[in-house]
Each structure stands twice: as C-alpha cells, then as structure tokens.
Design a protein around this ligand. Structure first.
Ligand SMILES: [Zn+2]
Length: 357
C-alpha cells in the first residue's frame, strides 16, 4: 500500500469514496462531497426541489481543496477500474422538464463530471443495467402523511388534519386536491408484490412517507395509485400466489445458507482479533451478531473497518452479559450507567486476556 494512500486529503477522499461505494453500490461526486462533509444533505435536497438554482455555491470547501478532492477522486476511480455510468440529475417534484445545474454558468465539462457515477469494476451486466436505470429514472413524487395537529394548504387554505396527506413542491405545501393527486388511493406498505404491481399499472403514483419523531427520520408508509391499478394488481397477485409462495420458500433456504457462511466468517474475524477467546464463545457471538445484521458488510477497506468495529462491540456485549454480574446488577435496580461503570474494568480484563497470544 503506498504511503500517500491513507494520509492527508488523498486518504480522506479515498476512504469516503470507498465507503459510499460500499454502502450505496455506486459513488458519484455529489455523494462523495456529502460523505466528506463538504456538502450538506439539506442543501442537496433544496437544490433537487428547485429552491437553489445551482449546487456549486453550496459546497463548503475552499476552491483549492475542492479541486484537489475531485481530481483525486477522478484518478482513484480510474485506478480502480470503476465503470462510469451517466446519471440524469433531475429535479424532484413534478417540474422535471429541465436537468438540474451544478455550476452557475452550466460549464459543460463540470456538468458532465458531476453527472458521472461509478459502479464497482466487477459489477454484473444485469446489475449495471439496473443501476443505469435507477440513476436515470425520474424521482418519485413524495406525499407526506402529516404528524402535527394542524397544517394548512398554502394554495386553498384548507385545513389538513393529522394523518392526512400533504404534497410539497418548491417549498410550497398543498393539499392533495390542489396537487391534483386526490383521485389516487392509498395502498399501505406491507405486500411488496402488490405495491410493485400497482405502481406499474398506475399512470400516476406517489410515495407516501411519514416523519417518525422517535427515530427522527422519514419512513415509507405506502403509495398512492389509481383504484384500477389496485384492482389489477390484486388480480395478478391472486393468479400467481402459489408460485410466489414457492419462490419465497426458495429464498428463505438461500438466505439461511448465506447466514451460515456469514456466521463462519464472523467467527473467524473474532478469533483473529481475539485469539484466546474460546471457540465455542466466538461461534455464539458470531451467530448473535450475524443475526442482527451488523455483519452484513463487504470486502472493501471500509467494509472491513465496519466489521472490526462491529466485532468489538459484539464481543464487549457478550462479555458484559456472560462474564460480569451486569445482568444481576440491573435486576437489583442498579441504574444502567452505574452498572456499566462498575463492570468496566472486568470487561477490559477479559478483552486483554482474549487478545493476548
Ligand atoms: Zn388546497
């Protein structure tokens, strides 16, 4: 590994790019700048909604640092043999007549650079095709299910009660009637085949999201589609219900096989990091961690880093419950924080013992 690789700006760019590639399955200049903290997601959303005319002035990095980062990224993508995919940068909402501009003067070279995303070098043709489609399809129309007591349509002034739908475009919030979406029906999430088919059959559709205050994020609740589309989808789902049940069973077997492999890999990682951890316990920790999905990270440097962190956390949790009186302390009413403080040194002792060889 060359010394430049992990230090300074070069290291920062490459780590961010690897991470995005790992997590999203592709990496683009905009995703890279977001990951590096040079571009706030809120600014990108405003730009996509058409509130900001161009994105460039909202990049929070000096000219030199930005140019340096982008050229390192470009070079890295070539070195890795990543496959360029052209994306369409389209506004969200219904005014998708024009492509979004990144630069104020629509500099053709820069615009082309920002439209170029990169897929992994070993991507299969089928996945490349799906990614190309995804990066070029118009964004979904999004409708919000309200969580606050009262909201009002900014066009007609109608009151929108809690749990009802609101449409947002260019910072204006309207009721579904004003948005011409009130002829659509709500199909709640839950049946993936139903949703997919209804969307396909519906000439107009929107995704319904709702803000989850506890988790502090928007969550999908369903879709709005025409009632004919729902009827058609129902018919299609009825006609091949048996076939889909068989497919699901096959999928479950496949997943079980993959989980087994993942557990074995995790156990290996645990034994490598903690050579003196008894193998029975390593297997126990691995199956626990793999089940929770925290081991589902790939083979890149970023993926390995995630896995090592996940392993450490899993091992610590295991020690806490199996090798300290933590659970008993909690049962006798000791506060969680106090209990953790009391057992901290016991955990360190076991970790040190398991690492020593
Ligand atoms: Zn209205």
């Amino acid at each position: 590994m060359d010394a430049n690789r992990t230090t300074g700006l070069r290291g920062r760019v490459i780590r961010a790019a690897e991470y995005v590639l790992e997590v999203k399955g592709y990496v683009s200049p905009i995703e890279l700048l977001k990951q590096m903290g040079f571009l706030a997601p809120s600014h990108v959303r405003m730009w996509e909604k058409g509130v900001h005319a161009c994105l460039y002035p909202h990049i929070q990095a000096g000219e030199k640092k930005l140019a340096g980062s982008l050229s390192i990224f470009d070079e890295w993508a070539r070195e890795q043999g990543l496959i360029p995919v052209q994306a369409t940068l389209r506004a969200s909402g219904r005014d998708q007549s024009h492509e979004l501009r990144v630069t104020a003067d629509a500099n053709p070279e820069m615009e082309a650079f920002f439209r170029t995303c990169y897929a992994p070098a070993d991507i299969t043709p089928r996945k490349l095709d799906a990614l190309t489609k995804k990066l070029n399809k118009p964004p979904d129309l999004v409708v919000f299910m309200t969580v606050s007591e009262s909201a009002a349509c900014q066009e007609c002034g109608a009151d929108v009660p809690r749990g009802a739908f609101l449409f947002q475009e260019k910072n204006e919030v309207t009721c579904l009637q004003c948005a011409d979406l009130d002829h659509l029906e709500f199909l709640p999430s839950g049946d993936a085949a139903m949703s997919r088919r209804a969307r396909k059959r519906s000439p107009l559709s929107a995704v319904v999201v709702q803000f989850n205050r506890r988790a502090k994020r928007y969550e999908r609740r369903g879709i709005l589609v025409t009632s004919q589309a729902i009827e058609q989808a129902e018919k299609e789902c009825l006609s091949d219900a048996d076939q889909r049940a068989a497919q699901r069973a096959r999928g479950a077997v496949q997943r079980k096989r993959e989980d087994k492999k993942l557990v074995a890999e995790m156990a290996e990682t645990i034994c490598a990091q903690y050579p003196d951890c008894p193998s029975r316990e390593a297997r126990h920790i691995a199956s626990h961690t793999a089940r929770r999905g925290s081991g589902r990270v790939g083979r890149s440097a970023a993926g390995r880093q995630l896995r090592e962190d996940a392993v450490r956390l899993a091992v610590v949790a295991h020690i806490r419950h199996e090798h300290t009186p933590y659970d008993e302390l909690l049962m006798t009413g000791v506060a969680r924080e106090d209990a953790r403080r009391q057992i901290a040194s016991r955990i360190d002792d076991v970790l040190t013992k398991w690492m020593s060889r």
